[in-house]
Design a protein around this ligand. Structure first.
Ligand code: PMT
Length: 220
């Protein structure tokens, strides 16, 4: 890549899982490690961008030169994302946001009553951060989503591209152990309105530079 080809761009990247509280000691979440989003943040900083990384609870060091904002829930992720958009040129959503959260988080730890009876949780839909940003009156010029699929990745990515008003979608298969969630590698399909291009398997670092190369082509 050309050194500093993203200088003067403010890139906001969401990463990691969200945690949705059930009570003070329990939550709903998923297997995202944050590696994909942190790799993208590191790669964008290497290319001279000003990077804001909005991170769910993960065990990763903050990449050099990156401003990190920690969040826990989807609602916090939405608020922090909206706080950033007015100065944002490129928004990239790698976070694995919980689609649902408990309707109410119990104030005290939920106790089992020992009778063997069922416990039901009522879940309500979380806001879609990516779609909210992409349809906002302050929409960043370029908005990129990910699509975590277990089948027909390219087809579902095309649907997300249109439904969420995106410039591109990065599709990946999350049913495999060697790529996607938690892995150091990924294999993706870059999907835009004008077509699609596969890349990988490769390290998440190399995948990140492939994505940033294509974002550069989009914006120039
Ligand atoms: O973190 P790693 O372990 O490295 O794993 C990387 C990854 C598999 C999590 C990543 O590559 C990935 O696929 N991220 C997207 C996960 C996801 O939630 O995909 P989705 O198809 O459910 O959502 C589509 C897009 O909408 C995503 O960009 C997501 O960030 C966004 N979204 C989804 C739901 C929601 N309520 N708000 C959102 O912004």
């Amino acid at each position: 890549f050309k050194q500093a080809d993203l200088a003067n761009k403010h890139i906001v990247i969401t990463a990691g899982p969200t945690q949705e509280a059930i009570d003070p000691v329990r939550y709903l979440s998923n297997h995202s490690s944050g590696k994909m989003g942190f790799s993208l943040a590191a790669a964008a900083a290497e290319r001279g961008a000003q990077v804001t990384l909005i991170a769910g609870p993960v065990n990763l060091p903050t990449p050099a030169g990156v401003q990190r904002l920690d969040i826990r829930s989807a609602e916090q992720l939405l608020k922090t994302s909206l706080d950033c958009i007015s100065s944002c040129d490129i928004f990239i959503a790698t976070a694995a946001v919980a689609d649902y959260r408990p309707a109410e988080a119990a104030e005290q730890k939920i106790k089992k009553d020992g009778s063997g009876s069922e416990l039901s949780l009522t879940l309500i839909e979380n806001p879609d951060i990516l779609a909210t940003v992409a349809k906002h009156s302050d929409r960043p010029k370029t908005v990129i989503g990910f699509a975590a699929e277990t089948q027909q990745a390219e087809q579902y990515a095309q649907q997300k591209l249109k439904r969420k008003n995106l410039d591109a979608v990065v599709a990946n298969d999350v049913s495999r152990q060697d790529i996607g969630f938690g892995a150091d590698n990924n294999e993706i399909i870059w999907v835009t309105q004008s077509g699609s291009e596969p890349f990988g398997p490769a390290t998440k670092h190399d995948v990140s530079h492939f994505i940033l190369d294509h974002i550069n082509t989009l914006i120039h």
